[in-house]
Design a protein around this ligand. Structure first.
Ligand SMILES: [Zn+2]
Length: 124
């Protein structure tokens, strides 16, 4: 006998129902109204659990150690960002690379404005 999540048609609360009770009349544990046990199309608990591997403390420790090595850190950031074996680490380094790119663009634009202003002032 397997249990599943069913939704009350009156109060819309979720409750645990037995497979044998499917299509039967029952009393809702929340609102106490008599309802028919229905198989939900998608219950919040029926969604697939996140089985992606956890990035351990040791993994992060190695990441931050490698991040201290010049040049190697940039190469490793790209490798980690597109390594889909550990999605949480990949997401972290994707965001890190986006912020790095935005910083470089801002630095170039603001540096350019500053340089141009300096050149104009020097010529006047
Ligand atoms: Zn109810």
């Amino acid at each position: 006998m397997s249990q599943f999540q069913s939704q009350c048609s009156i109060c819309h609360q979720w409750f645990e129902a037995d497979e044998n009770a499917l299509g039967q009349q029952t009393s809702c544990p929340h609102c106490k109204n008599t309802i028919t046990v229905l198989q939900p199309l998608a219950s919040p608990l029926a969604t697939a659990p996140d089985l992606s591997p956890t990035v351990t403390k040791m993994d992060w420790f190695i990441c931050f150690l490698v991040a201290c090595i010049p040049v190697v850190n940039i190469i490793m950031m790209f490798i980690w960002a597109f390594d889909n074996t550990k999605p949480s680490r990949a997401n972290f380094f994707k965001v890190y690379l986006i912020i790095l790119l935005v910083s470089i663009v801002l630095f170039a634009v603001l540096g350019g404005i500053l340089f141009a202003t300096g050149a104009i002032l020097a010529n006047s």
